[in-house]
Design a protein around this ligand. Structure first.
Ligand code: FES
Length: 122
């Protein structure tokens, strides 16, 4: 049995990444350069929010885990997705509409007073 993929379709793995995808370390800059959270961060073509949560710093992907919409910070208490309007909490990325969904998070560590993220190599 063969599986034929239609042109122009993407798999869920392509949208959300994979635990097995290659990661790269990225120096986000001096910790002191970030004084307001969430802070928008671009790494290549990918967009994130740098947040400071219970476990320290992390990057939250702005790609919605629902169907790939763009999650935005409109200055309100919660992030909001432009796809279907789902809202996400701003420190852990938990979805207020569907607690089983959360924004994809990436580790950020403090090294020599710089914030270093481990993100997919995209
Ligand atoms: S794509 Fe984000 S809420 Fe549906």
């Amino acid at each position: 049995m063969t599986t034929e993929r239609r042109r122009g379709t993407v798999t869920l793995r392509q949208v959300s990444g994979s635990a097995r995808s290659r990661k790269v370390r990225v120096d986000l800059g001096a910790e002191s350069a970030f004084d307001t959270f969430p802070a928008p961060v671009k790494v290549g073509d990918a967009s994130y929010f740098l947040v400071r949560g219970r476990d320290g710093y992390k990057l939250l992907s702005t790609i919605c885990p629902h169907q790939g919409g763009q999650i935005e910070d409109e200055g309100d208490e919660l992030f909001v997705c432009d796809g279907h309007g789902w809202q996400y909490e701003k420190t852990e990325g938990t979805c207020a509409n569907r607690p089983d969904f959360r924004m994809k998070a990436f580790l950020v560590t403090l090294q020599n007073d710089h914030l270093v993220a481990l993100v997919p190599d995209e």
